[in-house]
Design a protein around this ligand. Sequence first.
Ligand code: FA5
Length: 344
Amino acid sequence: MKERLEQLKQEALQKVDQATEVQSLKDVRVEYLGKKGPITEVLRGMGKLSKEERPVIGQLANEVREQIADAIESKQTKMEEEALEKQLEEESVDVTLPGRPVQVGGPHLLTSIVEEIEDLFIGMGFEIKEGPEVETDYYNFEALNLPKGHPARDMQDSFYITEELLLRTHTSPVQARTMGHKNGKEPVKMICPGKVYRRDTDDATHSHQFTQIEGLLVDKHVRMSDLKGVLNAFAKQMFGEDRDIRLRPSFFPFTEPSVEMDISCKVCGGKGCSVCKGTGWIEILGAGMVHPNVLEMAGYDPEEYSGFAFGMGPERIAMLKYGVDDIRHFYTNDIRFLKQYHKA
Ligand code: FA5
């Protein structure tokens, strides 16, 4: 019986030693230590042994059982530790590897230039106003001294929705709306950025949808020199101290007198080149003193109040400032174009 137990032990330990998977160990346990296994069988047959042999064989059988169980246990622990170590090794992160670059977005050039212009005027005490893009004929034209049938309506070819509604052709209706809210008494000092729409044929400098920024200052004793001072400060901050401005007589039905503002050409320093078509100057906005009819329609007494207004196209300003040669770049959203203007 002793030899039989010793032989079973050797067999079992050898199988434990050779096991390469946890499942094989489980098989060894079932095979040798299970209810139907040889050791249990030995223990069951103890009744047939002599009184003297019984405790000796019983103790030996228990020892053998424990030794096999211990061997299985420690082999299993070893296998699990090895598996964990392998997994950790495979899943380890090399912190010295360079990271994957993250694509960082930035504001659109048009957004940046509008914000830059807003900041300049906020710095001079102007507030920001907004108005609807679908506008009434009254605010887009009539309240701006352009009654129905006025020939100057042809200056801005319009997208009409109904007889009385259109997509606004400029941001000037916000002048009339803002003044209308002041009961003809309070001063106004505002700028209004926004989208406008015209039936213009798209080319390098024209778009059927573009942006304008309107400016309006109404108070007592406002003069043309105030307009010139504000526009000069704007131009120098926007384009540089070395740039000059000039005001040229022009015509807008809602201002009198009306002017267009030119800025000295950056490329030739004012001597004349192909960019400025040989004149040394480039036009950047329309402006003038608010027409007395416009003040009156908004409820102001033109004898007491006066004002100036201006309207500019930020796309054209950005084109001049950054040398963009086609206005369509602003709308086609080519990331290669836009990326150049992301500030770090
Ligand atoms: C006006 O729209 C006037 N409301 C401006 C104004 C306001 C004058 C207040 C006096 C007092 P004008 O049509 O010139 O004016 O347009 C103003 C600016 O908008 C132009 O200088 C130009 O920069 C821009 N602009 C006009 N048409 C287009 C277009 N199709 N595409 C891109 N920009 C344009």
